[in-house]
Design a protein around this ligand. Structure first.
Ligand SMILES: C[S@@+](CC[C@H](N)C(=O)[O-])C[C@H]1O[C@@H](n2cnc3c(N)ncnc32)[C@H](O)[C@@H]1O
Length: 231
């Protein structure tokens, strides 16, 4: 098994991330042409983590996405279901409380987190709506969610160029830098298959999140969605 298929069987997704874990962060930097660092800064601003707040970083992988919250003095829990990603993360950041868990059955009590966030993970979860409801369950009333995910560039000519990059240029580049280039074919396909900005916002609302809004980054290559748990 080298890559997951679009039906996103959880064991295939977990195995695929186990395979890429060691070089995951490097590959990200290269394939996003350095943009991933900028996107992470914007997620940190949107989450606005404060000292002593409890933050869940779901699908945290190696916890690169968790570091800004720890730096802000909050108690961040990186959670993921790929043991490969968790092991690489724990070796690099032994002070963080890595937790094994599936987005659709989170191992946390109701109403415990001030904020929950998921960066480039929701797209990989087979049952998106179940995960959105689980995130709501573990968030305290009034708490917030921030989702960072690949989305649809809003300007049509740019969308065409970007889709060409995804489908044609990305696989050969991935072959050069990744330990599992086939995983990046899945990456391209799963981005194409993912709901656009309004569609994801609607799903957040249906899952019970209120005051849902989004902001585009890099022309809509990435969108940050946010919402609040009703009080
Ligand atoms: C692209 S990585 C993102 C890692 C990190 N958030 C970041 O921004 O670098 C996606 C992660 O989602 C995790 N994942 C996918 N489906 C999951 C699920 N159902 N439950 C928990 N983690 C999941 C994978 O194991 C993988 O580590």
């Amino acid at each position: 098994m080298t890559r997951a298929s679009l039906d996103k069987q959880p064991h295939e997704v977990a195995t695929m991330f186990d395979d890429v874990a060691e070089r995951y962060d490097l590959t990200n930097d290269v394939l996003s042409l350095g943009q991933s660092r900028l996107w992470r800064k914007e997620v940190a601003k949107a989450v606005d983590a404060r000292p002593a707040q409890k933050i869940l970083d779901l699908a945290a992988g190696t916890a690169t996405s968790s570091l800004p919250f720890a730096a802000a003095g909050s108690y961040v829990v990186p959670c993921d279901f790929s043991t490969g990603m968790l092991q690489v993360g724990k070796a690099r950041h032994p002070h963080l409380p890595f937790t094994a868990g599936d987005a659709t059955r989170l191992p946390f009590r109701d109403d415990v987190f001030d904020a929950v966030t998921i960066s480039f993970g929701l797209r990989n979860v087979q049952e998106t709506d179940v995960a959105l409801r689980e995130l709501l369950r573990v968030t305290r009333p009034g708490g917030r969610v921030v989702i960072s995910e690949f989305s649809q560039p809003t300007w049509a000519p740019f969308r065409t160029v970007y889709t060409e990059y995804l489908m044609r240029a990305l696989p050969p580049v991935a072959r050069a830098v990744s330990s599992n280039p086939d995983a990046y074919v899945y990456l391209a396909e799963s981005i194409r298959d993912w709901p656009d900005q309004p569609a994801l916002a609607a799903r957040l609302g249906q899952a019970g999140w209120s005051r849902v809004a989004w902001r585009n980054l890099t022309g809509g290559i990435v969108a940050l969605h946010r919402g609040f748990k009703p009080v």
